[in-house]
Each structure stands twice: as C-alpha cells, then as structure tokens.
Design a protein around this ligand. Structure first.
Ligand code: ATP
Ligand code: MG
Length: 444
C-alpha cells in the first residue's frame, strides 16, 4: 500500500530517560557477570529467590524507612487504576525478600542463605553508574547472628571481584551498633550539629530532626570537615556490639582481607544495625560504591515476622559492568561451532534439517538465511561464515545433496582438519564433535 502524499513520518519513540537497553555489544560482559554470580552463589550454598517487581508501596515505606532518600524522593509509586492499590516499582531487594520469607514461613526449619538478581527502580538523576532502572545482585543470610556470616558475605564480594578481575575494589567497614546505642549517640550528634548550625546545608538541616545519622553520609564537599569532627558512633557501642565488630575484624584479618574502618559509614537504609560495609572502586567518580551491605537484625520482626537476625549485601551491576568496560576487559562470547551454507533449492531445504540434527548433537549452529528472499552466492555466504567466528563451515551444494554428504571446511588456522572434507550426512555430527573435542574450546 503506498503512503498518501503529505502524510507525516511515523513518530520514532525513544526509551524512558535513565532506563537503558542492554545492547548485544555489552552482552558478553553481562553474561560473564551473570555466570560469575551463579558460580559464586553455588560456591557458598546460597539458593535463588525471585520476587515480583511490583509491591505495595507500604512495604518499602515500612521496610526501608520513611526518612530515607529512596522513600522520600526516589520511588516510582502509583495508584493501580483498576483497583486503587498503592503500588511501587521495587527500589531494592531486601524488603521484598523479607516479605517473602515471612509470607512463606521460610525460616521454619532454620536459617537460610538466599540470593537474587534483577532490575531495581529509583527516580534519580541519570549519570555514569546511576540509572533509573539498574540491576542488583544481592545475598541475604537469614537467621545467623554471629560475625562469621558477616565475614562470609564479605568474602563473597572479594571472591567476585577476583573472578571478574576487578582488583582495585577496597573494603570499608563500620559498626552502627544497636538502636539503643544509636540513641545515645544521636543526642550527642544533634547537639554537635546544633552548635554548628550555620555550616549545615539545607539537606542536613532537614535531617537534623529526622535522621541526623545520615548527615554523616553527606556528599557535600563543604560539609566534610564538619562531618569528620562529629561524635563517632563507634565510641558509643556497648560490649556486645564491640565484641561483634572486633570478631568480624579478626576473621577478616585471618582470611587476609584488607579493610579500613570508616567511622562515618552509615548507609542509606534505616534497617541496618551493627556491621555496615561498602566495596568502593576508584574509576567511577562519586558513583564508586559497587556494593553495600551489612546487618539488619531488627527488620524481620519489624515487618511482622518472628524475629531473626539477618545480613546481606547488594551489588550494582551497571557499575561493575562500567568498570569492566573501562578496563577494556575481553569477555568474548564463545562463537558458534558451525556455520551452515547451502546452494540450490534442494540443498536449502536440506540445510534446515542438517542444522537441527547438529544442534541435537549439542553443537551451536548458525544456518545461513536469506536476507532479501533471494539465494546468496556461495562466496558471500562463506564470508559470513568466516565473520561468525565458527571454526567450521558445513557446505551443502547440489553435488553433496545427491551424494548424501556435506563438505566440511575448517575456517580457523587452529582447526585441525585440513582444507575440505566430504563427510556422509549420517556421520556428520559425530565427525564435527570429534573435530571440536580435539580442540580445547569445545564444551560438551
Ligand atoms: P548511592 O550512595 O550511590 O546512591 P545507595 O546507598 O543508594 O548508593 P544501595 O541502596 O546500598 O545504594 O544499593 C546497593 C548498590 O546498588 C550501590 O552500592 C550501587 O552499586 C547500586 N546502586 C544504587 N543506586 C543505583 C542507581 N541509581 N544506579 C545504578 N546503581 C545503583
Ligand atoms: Mg542512592
């Protein structure tokens, strides 16, 4: 149908700001990270949990805290037009995991080690390492009270950086004690900031009465000195919290994990207690935190569950990928094993079945398909075969079809088979598997 004269060109739609496409060029990095995460979880005995992306808004206001950046400014919340429910896109994973373990009584038979991975949503100013849709990998160890599990989740982070060759990540650690210890510190903190009221920025003045601890977390350079001089929560810890923190440091030293204690590290979510930590990598500017975590012993009970201690972390995967990209890391996807080319109508019909047969034998196969509906020359098909990275081309022409055979051509120098072989179709899969097993990169 021809377009009527003067009709406007169709509108081209762009994606939503801050919500990015993962394009095929980045797929090797993502797949490498996903494989590493999967192996890491297995290595430490963590089981996967998947929760919905939409939850009731009040899950997050209760679970994360009313006076946090996330709940105050960053949530995508809306009223469901069909039934009036107040819903939010999840901004983080822990609240949902806790809801799920309470709802399904997952701790009935003892502690659980869980992990999750998926998209999170926060309405922030998009920049490098900060998106409105981003992805987190997180672990939650539920039901363990001692510093050994804090050490375990920290070691998991370290192992992941090693696996991904991100060797510059450094660990910062702090203890923010128990709620009653924070109360005593809070009074001292408020008195200190009151005495320096003229040096507080607008955000800090607001927080003075709601969440003064968060002033310590300020990113405003003009307030750094003031925050550095503030009373330290570490000085208000009781004997148990101190012993927990010292126990963790001892375990980390035993395992040779370097760390620095940062008395100003507080983290943005309300539910943390005792251990808090961050892994920070240079090279991402102010978005250098690639992992944040800690203990959140009070959360499960405060959400209506049977009280149980808990500890976990969340890693921002876009930041990890940005580091891999900056290091120009090679995360090449394995090429396919075989590219099938064909000439002539009967060969084309046969090619689809031959390709299926090879796949059934475990080979990864790209079948040449016509771009414009017309047959392509053998020469141009072979060019595509070369570019695919496949070590072997399977060639089907009239002659091969008549003989019930295929020609096999080795495309890479390392391929062992010499120039071109004729192989009977019924032995083709075995022949190719044999050739590929001879090369080191074939994974059955
Ligand atoms: P920041 O201080 O950078 O805003 P945060 O304290 O809000 O981080 P957490 O809620 O602890 O972050 O989330 C854990 C991790 O998730 C962060 O360390 C970071 O790597 C990642 N992350 C958080 N927000 C974003 C975002 N908007 N875009 C990309 N990654 C993010
Ligand atoms: Mg944030």
């Amino acid at each position: 149908m021809s377009k009527p004269k003067g009709a406007a060109a169709p509108e081209r739609l762009a994606g939503v700001k801050g919500m990015n496409d993962m394009l095929p060029g980045d797929a090797p990095h993502w797949e490498r990270v996903e494989a590493a995460v999967d192996g890491l979880a297995r290595a430490y005995g963590y089981r996967q949990i998947r929760t919905p992306i939409l939850e009731f808004t009040r899950l997050f206001t209760r679970g994360i805290g009313e006076v946090t950046d996330i709940v105050e400014h960053e949530m995508y919340s809306f009223r469901d037009g069909l039934n009036g429910e107040e819903l939010s896109l999840r901004p983080e994973g822990t609240a949902s995991v806790v809801r799920a373990i309470i709802e399904h009584n997952l701790l009935y038979d003892g502690p659980k080690r869980l992990w999750y991975m998926g998209p999170m949503f926060r309405h922030e100013k998009p920049q490098l390492g900060r998106q409105r849709q981003f992805h987190q990998f997180g672990v939650e160890a539920l039901g363990f009270a001692g510093p050994d599990i804090d050490a375990e989740v920290i070691l998991m982070g370290q192992r992941l950086w090693e696996e991904l060759e991100l060797d510059q990540a450094r660990l910062e650690l702090n203890s923010i004690g128990q709620p009653e210890e924070r109360l005593a510190h809070r009074q001292a903190l408020v008195a200190y900031f009151e005495a320096h009221r003229e040096r507080l920025d607008e955000d800090a003045r607001r927080r003075l009465n709601t969440n003064p601890l968060r002033i310590l977390d300020t990113k405003n350079p003009a307030m750094q000195d003031l925050a550095d001089g503030a009373p330290r929560l570490l000085d208000y810890l009781g004997a148990d919290s101190k012993a927990h923190f010292e126990g963790l440091q001892r375990l980390l030293r035993d395992c040779g994990v370097p760390f620095t204690v940062n008395p100003r590290l507080v983290r943005g979510l309300d539910y943390y207690n005792r251990t808090v930590f961050e892994w920070i990598s240079p090279g991402l500017g102010s978005q250098g935190t690639i992992c944040g975590g800690g203990r959140y012993d009070p959360l499960i009970e405060s959400m209506g569950g049977k009280g149980a201690p808990a500890c976990g972390f969340a890693i921002g995967l876009e930041r990890v990928i940005a580091l891999m990209r900056a290091k120009q890391m090679e995360s090449a996807l394995p090429a396919c094993d075989v590219y099938v080319v064909h000439q002539g109508e009967s060969a084309q019909r046969l090619a689809l079945r031959v390709a299926e047969g090879l796949r059934s034998a475990g080979l990864d196969v790209i079948l040449h398909c016509s771009v414009d509906g017309q047959p392509a020359s053998l020469k141009s098909q072979m060019k595509k075969a070369d570019a695919s990275g496949a070590p072997y081309a399977v060639i089907l022409g009239e002659e091969e079809v008549a003989a019930g055979e295929a020609s096999v051509k080795a495309l890479r120098e390392q391929a062992t088979s010499g120039p071109q072989q004729r192989v009977a179709l019924d032995g083709l899969a075995d022949y190719l598997v044999g050739q590929l097993v001879g090369e080191s990169d074939f994974e059955e």
